[in-house]
Design a protein around this ligand. Structure first.
Ligand code: BGC
Ligand code: BGC
Length: 684
């Protein structure tokens, strides 16, 4: 008898259906109606040591013969490191993920893998994804509802390419802006972390973790990553336990309350002890005291620092309480050694069981056993219009107006010619910063989006906008928008003992100054940088952070369709010698306080928020070389607005400030012709 293919398929399907209906779920762990606890216990009871240890291992997608390793060693998870992509279309991701899942389901117990990626400001490794502002800007919005929405859109874009776990949110409390990861945290205060940690986890995971458009979140890096001495990446955080709990821990408490399913351990040390080996922090505090029920994951080869001998390092880390191990190049050595350690009795079976139970519970909560494979269902959400609109709102709300003198802003939508100066005005890569397409990020047209220049041109039409990369202009502009800032970086590559503008950027500004036209500076940066007289000289100044792909959020406020709303998530130092400087410190005399941010509407009240505010770059001892062409009256106010000294000033004379005690002051100078100038300065 000759059977057609169709008949064959028909028979096999019927057979499969019959088998299924005969014995709906032969095993408790496969029954979606059973409780997660029962499913975990049932599955665990059937697993041998190899299968258990495999669940504890995560390797990188580029590991050689990765699919074979998944099947042979029962690997529980795969990740993409920054910029590690299988081609870069939704389909190439889905195909890769599904082939890995097939490899996982080819094992005896068919436990699906979970796939992690750093979707830290949108699904940023993927070409064409919506890129949201980095967290430092999200912190400035003070808008937790918005943070939830952006995380939720990101979750959908991660699902769009088939994946189910993001290594985000980074809830570092960033205490020193010299740290190259400053932009990954929401700001410098525990209040901000608490607010945004909860909001972000809810956005990524949804309420229950099980829906097909949400993903697993990972609060990182536990703990104290933002508090290292001199802001050194992976450095040593020297704080008392009381301060560790007051400053760095609160974000985790809120993340746990939001149900976060995973926590990444940090590269840094606490008072000289590596977090990756710190049983007190991981087991006693995180798991027992804070009742964290998800699983912990090590950072990228994070345990290697514990000891030169890998086996010893594994022993320390597993006993300290780390459940899953991010081992891009040594997953098989890890497996070997851990097995030896269990057989030798150095690692108790109970510790292995605890780790595996936690990992499996999350996989069950994610409905991975029911839906292991990715589909094309959400492909259209990648870079979707609605997500870009949301990102544009986030950009708008994250911008902080630091200076606006003489009514420079808003700009007119119709009259005058605008010079847009600086190469960063036409640079999606710089707008996005690190962790975009590649690990360190890159300059230029790295992905789809709207540049600042495009955004301005969209408002003005093409006729009256001129672009000049170096600020030299032969045309006759009436005013300029100067875009300067940092070049993309990530992690250690971004550590900088004195972040400030490059000589190239300073020469763009100098060239614009030669045109003798008013100008606004837009700063693209991953942190406050030392400004010296850049802000004093400019007519207006906006901190844009790393806004991502939707620069129309910038033109929205520049041209007055919306007012500025952002408030600093960081203290802005006058000079780098002030670092570390944070809200609540005594003394506290920064250039701009944490929480500072002008609006266009707030003309002159209170004095601190005056749009005419300029800032005197260096601390002053005796004479403030504030020279006016006119005679007038100088009034010195302290920060709460009390008048301290009032005196008459001759034209072209320096003002004696020796009578003032040390502190921050506002000088209000009213010339005899009625012009007012307001300058903030520090009395040394
Ligand atoms: C970073 C983590 C990141 C991981 C995976 C590490 O170097 O510290 O934040 O999630 O790599 O890319
Ligand atoms: C990876 C990153 C990872 C880093 C750690 C890079 O090669 O792409 O994801 O965080 O290494 O050093």
């Amino acid at each position: 008898m000759k059977l057609s293919i169709t008949t064959l398929i028909f028979f096999s399907c019927t057979l499969a259906l019959l088998c299924q209906s005969e014995q709906a779920f032969p095993q408790v762990y496969l029954d979606p109606k059973a409780t997660v606890e029962d499913r975990v216990n049932d599955l665990l009871s059937q697993m041998n040591l190899d299968e258990k240890i495999g669940q504890m291992v995560q390797t990188e997608r580029s590991f050689s013969n990765v699919n074979m390793a998944i099947t042979q060693y029962f690997l529980g998870s795969i990740l993409s490191g920054g910029g590690s992509v299988p081609g870069n279309t939704p389909q190439s991701w889905i195909t890769m993920y599904n082939s890995m899942q097939t490899a996982a389901l080819a094992t005896r117990l068919k436990i699906p893998i979970i796939y992690g990626i750093d979707a830290v400001h949108g699904n940023n490794n993927v070409y064409g994804a919506t890129i949201f502002p980095h967290n430092i800007g999200m912190g400035c919005t003070r808008d937790s509802v918005l943070v939830t929405k952006c995380a939720s859109a990101t979750a959908m874009e991660v699902r769009a390419v088939g994946l189910n776990w993001t290594f985000s949110p980074c809830i570092a409390d960033v205490r020193d802006i010299r740290w190259g990861r400053s932009y990954e945290g929401f700001g410098e205060t525990p209040e901000l972390q608490k607010m945004m940690a909860f909001a972000a986890v809810k956005g990524y995971q949804g309420d229950s973790l099980g829906t097909s458009d949400h993903i697993l979140a990972c609060a990182k890096h536990f703990v104290g990553d933002g508090g290292t001495q001199n802001g050194i990446n992976q450095g040593n955080t020297v704080v008392t336990e009381a301060d560790m709990r007051r400053i760095h821990l609160p974000g985790y408490i809120r993340a746990i309350q939001a149900g976060v399913g995973s926590v990444m351990i940090s590269f840094n040390s606490w008072n000289g002890v590596y977090c990756h080996g710190n049983k007190y922090l991981i087991t006693d505090v995180l798991k027992n005291e804070l009742e964290f029920k998800g699983f912990t994951v090590s950072d990228w080869e994070g345990i290697k620092y514990l000891s030169g001998d890998f086996k010893t390092a594994i022993n320390i880390a597993v006993n300290a309480g780390i459940d899953m191990y991010m081992e891009p190049s040594r997953p098989l050595d890890f497996i070997n050694y851990l097995k030896q350690l269990v057989n030798e009795g150095s690692v108790p079976q109970s510790r292995i069981d605890d780790a595996v139970k936690r990992i499996l519970a999350v996989k069950f909560r994610l409905n991975l056993f029911e839906k292991p494979y990715a589909t094309n269902a959400l492909v259209d959400s990648l870079g979707a219009k609605s997500h870009r609109t949301l990102a544009r709102q986030a950009v708008r709300e994250s911008l902080v107006l630091l200076k606006n003198s003489g009514g420079m802003l808003p700009l007119s939508k119709s009259s005058g010619t605008i010079l847009v100066a600086g190469q960063k005005a036409k640079d999606i890569g710089s707008q996005c910063g690190g962790w975009t397409i590649t690990w360190q990020g890159g300059t230029g047209a790295i992905t789809k989006g709207t540049t600042i220049f495009d955004a301005i041109q969209n408002v003005r039409g093409s006729g009256n906008v001129i672009y000049s990369a170096n600020g030299v202009s032969t045309g006759k502009p009436d005013l300029a928008v100067v875009v300067v800032g940092e070049t993309p970086y990530a992690e250690g590559g971004g550590d900088n003992p004195n972040p400030q503008l490059s000589s190239g950027d300073l020469s763009v500004i100098a060239n614009v100054q030669k045109l003798k036209i008013p100008y606004v500076v837009l700063l693209i940066s991953g942190r406050p940088i030392i400004l010296n007289n850049v802000i004093t000289d400019a007519n207006a100044f906006v901190a844009c952070w790393l806004p991502g792909t939707e620069a129309s959020g910038i033109s929205d406020v520049l041209f007055g369709d919306y007012d500025f709303k952002g408030k600093l998530s960081h203290t802005w130092p006058i000079s780098i010698s002030q670092e570390p400087i944070n809200w609540g410190d005594i003394p506290y005399q920064p250039l701009f306080e944490y929480g500072f941010g002008l609006t266009i509407k707030e003309t002159g009240v209170p004095i601190m928020k005056s749009p005419g505010l300029s800032v005197y770059p260096n601390p002053v001892k005796d004479f403030l070389s504030f020279l006016s062409d006119n005679e007038g009256v100088a009034e010195f106010y302290n920060l709460i607005g009390e008048l301290k000294i009032r005196e008459n000033v001759q034209a072209q004379s320096k003002i004696n400030v020796s009578k003032l005690s040390t502190g921050i002051y506002i000088l209000k100078f009213t010339s005899n012709s009625g012009q007012i100038q307001i300058t903030k300065f520090v009395k040394d």
